[in-house]
Design a protein around this ligand. Structure first.
Ligand code: CO8
Length: 257
């Protein structure tokens, strides 16, 4: 199997760098999500002292879900795909280790979701981030919305999602969607590492238990409704209206060149 996710652990600090590497845009397909999910489990078991999630490209962090998965007709694959995304979110959102998104590129939709699932966001200047689902004629699930709401609040989440707004790095900082701006990837990595240094003298138990108290309800809201969420996704995405809209969107992406 191809390595779509690379994990490198610094033995001195215990910090793991998890790099998404599926060129050109790190779109999240089933295989990448499965690898990311396994990596997160392994880092849970190994008691990693921190996770930095980044991209191998410095142009795109992740273009979000691989739109080709939405029209995949292979038996059962759509179900596996959505279940893998649920798994990744549950593991990342609730991870015991402190997590930083090193957003070294654009982060639309599912890319933004990954970033929102971390505890801190450092982003390259002159990129874009947001939950733009409505622009594709699709509806962000409740747990996407909760992830955003927990960072920027309900009012801005409503405005952002209904309009499908993509924020520039500079705008994102202003509304608290990201925490720091970086000049380049090296700078972004070092700022991510600096955030994790805050926990050097904090008990991992006290830290992770506090995070669990704060995030537990949000995670449980999906854990308890996974089946219904899966069914809603499959019903929506396979509907004729949505399929037509996605086709138009993909064509407009190509024409944008
Ligand atoms: N999936 C599949 N292919 C993609 C995706 C994607 N998400 N994004 C880009 N690509 C493809 C492009 O079509 C292009 O293919 P080709 O070379 O064959 O023409 C190639 O990747 C490179 O793309 P660009 O030339 O556009 O690359 P740029 O570096 O110029 O731009 C961007 C990068 C900014 C990431 C740009 O590609 C972009 O905006 N992509 C669209 C991102 C997007 O809207 N993603 C939404 C995905 S949906 C999602 O994540 C959540 C769904 C929630 C579920 C809802 C339930 C109903």
């Amino acid at each position: 199997a191809k390595n779509l996710v690379a994990v490198a652990v610094n033995n001195q600090t215990g910090v793991a760098t998890v790099t998404l590497q599926r060129p050109p845009v790190n779109s999240l397909n089933l295989e990448l999500l499965n690898e990311l999910s396994s990596a997160l489990t392994e880092l849970e078991e190994k008691k990693a002292r921190g996770i930095i999630l980044k991209s191998s490209s410095d142009s795109v962090f992740s273009a979000g879900l691989d739109i080709h998965e939405f029209s995949n007709t292979e038996e059962g694959r759509l179900k596996k795909f959505w279940t893998a995304l649920q798994d990744v979110w549950i593991k990342l959102y609730g991870h015991s280790a402190p997590t930083v998104a090193c957003i070294n590129g654009h982060a639309p939709a599912g890319g933004c979701l990954l970033a929102l699932s971390c505890e801190y966001r450092v982003m390259l200047k002159q990129k874009t981030i947001g939950l733009n689902e409505t622009k594709l004629g699709i509806v962000a699930p409740l747990w996407f919305i909760a992830s955003m709401e927990n960072v920027i609040g309900r009012r801005l989440t409503e405005l952002s999602l209904t309009t499908g707004k993509m924020y520039t790095t500079e705008e994102a900082l202003k509304i608290g969607l990201i925490d720091e701006i970086a000049e380049d990837t090296n700078d972004a990595v070092s700022k991510s590492e600096n955030f994790l240094k805050l926990f050097q003298n904090i008990s991992p138990f006290a830290r992770s238990q506090t995070k669990k108290f704060i995030r537990g309800n949000t995670v449980q809201s999906l854990v308890k409704t996974r089946e219904a969420d899966l069914k809603a996704f499959i019903d929506d995405i396979t509907s004729e209206k949505v399929q037509k809209g996605l086709k138009v969107y993909m064509e407009s992406l190509k024409k944008g060149k």
